[in-house]
Design a protein around this ligand. Sequence first.
Ligand code: GLU
Length: 489
Amino acid sequence: FYYMTIRVRFAPSPTGHLHIGGLRTALFNYLFAKKEGGTFILRIEDTDEERSTQESVDAIYQGLMWAGLTWDEGPMPDGGIKGNFPPYYQAQRADIGIYKKYIDQLLAEGKAYKCYCTPEELEDMRQKAHAEHRPPRYPGKCRNLTKEQQAELEAQGRKYVIRFKMPSEGETVFNDLIRGEVKFANRDLYDLVIQKTSGYPTYNFACVIDDHLMEMTHIIRGDDHISNTPAQIQMYRALGWKEPIFAHLSMIHGPDGTKLSKRHGDTSVMEYKKQGFLPEAMINYLALLGWSTPDSQQLFAPGELERKFDIKGCQKSPAVFDTVKLMWMNGDYIRQLTPKELLKRAKPFIEEAGVAKGVDEERLEQIVALEQEKYKTLREIPGLISFFFTDEVKFDEEAVNKVFKAEMAKKALELMIEKYGALEDFTEHSLEQTARAAAKEAGLKAGQIFHPVRVAVSGRTNGPTLFKMLEYMGKDMVLKRMKAALAYC
Ligand code: GLU
């Protein structure tokens, strides 16, 4: 097939947070559109009146915007609309009768029918099917009701749904871009509900109508929808429409091989933001969940995914969500930031932790950059820099026992209080020279000086490179802390 313009959509149901799986689906649609010069559309599938909330819609906007997945068409967070196929909320489309028109058409053509079965009757049918080891699908009880029978049921005040007449023989076959030829036996399809008693359409129906009316060329969605596809294809055909091309993305599993759940880190996308992940790291990671380049490239420069994404690189088998790899990748992206950018990203975390209040930008930037190679998330930064700004050092007990209780620790600190007290040029290089010279003079190993000094000023045995750290702390603080530390030796 050759399409002038590729059109794809992300069509979430706003019934909860935007999760990792949803963001991955959105990403693959986005990348496919970018790669092919197509259009990426957002459509809100809010036909579930009870579970859909504006809060969830906002979470979808927020998550997509945080991840940088801007949509070319769809509703906008400010209430505006972009694109020529509005409205983009299905509830609004239902309200203006878009689905009703096609329901009426199918009814008139005898391709759909009113079903008056009550929930209790349906439950009985399910139980009977279960007892007889038949699949629990609707047996078509109301399929052939006469006009009179219908009128009678309506006179009793019975409510109805509309069901679609599925074929029960033959096969529905489609060519999935990822899975190749997929076949479903039509006897496994059933007369599904396309309009609820409320008059609202169901997902399967609204989805078909909108994908057609909004001129989607490709439907890229999770594998959990693959069993809906034959039913949807039958509806396209009943309406006389050509179906789009389908691509079903492999599921995401946890490391234990079961479907991704909360326990594996499948929380809301915004939770990852809160945990200090960079959106670009997250996107890079998610792109590799079920997709790869022929040479298994791991890290992508800005804009590279958009150029290299190829749906042929999508795998059929489930992808495994691996938090360790995500952390590693996030660390890598953090290392690539300029100090200025790093501070900008870290700032909200530092402020939230109430660390470094009133410290000037330049100094804070230097301090934050000190351990840049080690950060895995932005969120750990305040805890790692806080010792620069506190009045009193909080000593790590182990560090105290190991380093301060060592022979010569006290002598080393006293010596350095004297040497650094007399030092004019309190900068990295001369701080190191002075410490080394002092060690030599006193017949100590360099470490016998360095370790106690480090613990005295920071409370920890590990941390940023020592002399830079001392320089950034400044003479007064260093001397004050070394003097205070004597009490622990
Ligand atoms: N509203 C459906 C969902 O959130 C969309 C399925 C589809 O992409 O067709 O799962």
